[in-house]
Design a protein around this ligand. Structure first.
Ligand code: PLP
Length: 395
């Protein structure tokens, strides 16, 4: 049976060129970059070449890139680090209601320690309001952290405007760019970003490696205690294979960016056009204009999402009911709730993300199967138009 992967926002396969670049670092090039002899020194030099590739992709300087174990660690480090570094100034953090759990749960952790967190609402398209942001700032605000692009609905926030507001108040601005990286152009200098989280496995690199861009002059305490790695700011022997893979993935992402954007947005648009012309009562969630090129989030009204996913899986199609972390639970997506989407629609919503290995044939197959499945589910669903008992929000 055909396998159609439409969940590139959850993770991506490692590209062949990336794997090939990584392999020697498991074996012959196994040196510890902290060692002061041949293979150690060359590991250190290769490590910094990978750092340079990531810096280049985002318009940063090499020494402003710090490797971490994941995008999650980068988010934790930026937010907790800013909280610790600015303790004397204040205890107020501004973020949004639609952040990834890596960010939201870190903020909740700080709330338990007495920090105040404002979770900015978003409009029906998933965008924050710059007015509300300005009005939320107090003399105790130490950090604004707003994600670059959302993982469920793909909405891209007005990052430059947010950074300007932060800067005019002398507040640090962090952004979680895990979904944006490699999918849209990013230049941290032009945008005025102070800290930015990234992850390799969302851009065809390996899992378990991420990075935090920390602008020169922004000083936060080390996240790990130990050796002097990462300019004494993130201890622990470097994940060399992962970092080398991340560097190669970043290089490829930069070289292919325009082509990638064109290709995945065309496939995404084709998918949406086909689905919505063949099925009635399908809603598009989020904003079509300020949106990641490969992302679409659809509500299949009167069809239950979990059942839809299971049937899709049985036909070889992989997609997701929102964030990967919540896919195993029945908690409704906090992102879709924030858009004001009612519960019964949230439970009928699926995120599809296309990527570099998606083909038109994949989309044609997926559309054909999804149409059949949705029609079947609508036929016997308690959500059906005719049987409206759960369409009043009392699910
Ligand atoms: C995947 C993701 C993360 C977490 O990155 P990991 O490397 O998987 O820990 C954080 N934020 C966003 C927006 C993501 O999509």
């Amino acid at each position: 049976m055909r396998q159609v992967y439409l969940d590139y926002s959850a993770t991506t396969p490692v590209k062949k060129e990336v794997l090939e670049e990584m392999l020697p670092y498991f074996t012959e090039k196994f040196g510890n970059p902290s060692s002061l002899y041949g293979i150690g020194l060359s590991a250190k030099s290769d490590l910094n070449k990978a750092r340079e590739k990531i810096a280049k992709l985002i318009g940063a300087e090499e020494r402003e890139i710090y490797f971490t174990s994941s995008g999650t660690e980068a988010d934790n480090w930026a937010v907790i680090g800013a909280a610790r570094a600015k303790k004397a100034k204040g205890n107020h953090i501004i973020t949004s209601a639609i952040e990834h759990h890596a960010l939201i749960h870190t903020c909740q952790y700080l709330e338990k320690e007495g920090y105040d967190v404002t979770y900015l609402k978003v409009d029906s398209k998933g965008c924050i309001s710059l007015e509300e942001l300005k009005n939320s700032i107090t003399d105790k605000t130490i950090l604004i952290s707003i994600m670059f692009a959302n993982n469920e609905i793909g909405t891209i926030q007005p990052i430059k405007e947010i950074a300007e507001i932060a800067k005019s108040h002398g507040i640090w601005f962090h952004t979680d760019a895990v979904q944006a990286l490699g999918n849209i152009p990013i230049n941290v200098k032009e945008l005025g970003i102070d800290m930015m989280s990234m992850s390799a496995h969302k851009i065809y690199g390996p899992k378990g490696v991420g990075a935090l861009y920390i602008k020169k002059g922004v000083v936060i305490p080390s996240f790990m205690n130990g050796g002097a790695q990462e300019n004494k700011r993130r201890a622990g022997t470097e994940n060399m294979t992962g970092i080398i893979g991340f560097g190669k993935a970043a290089e490829l992402a930069g070289a292919n960016l325009e082509k990638h954007i064109k290709q995945v947005s065309e496939l995404r648009n084709y998918f949406v056009k086909e689905i919505t012309s063949k099925l009635e009562d399908v809603d598009i969630n989020g904003d079509m204009e300020h949106r990641l090129p490969g992302n679409i989030n659809l509500t299949f009204n009167y069809a239950e999402g979990e059942a839809l996913l299971l049937y899709m899986d049985s036909r070889g199609i992989s997609a997701s009911t929102g964030s990967a972390c919540s896919s195993a639970s029945f908690t409704p997506s906090h992102v879709l709730s924030s858009l004001g989407i009612p519960l019964e629609k949230i439970y009928s919503s699926i995120r599809f993300t296309v990527g570099d290995f998606t083909t038109k044939e994949d989309i044609d197959y997926a559309v054909e199967e999804i149409v059949k499945i949705v029609e079947k589910l609508r036929g016997f669903s308690a959500f059906s138009k005719e049987r409206t008992w759960c369409n009043n929000g009392n699910v």
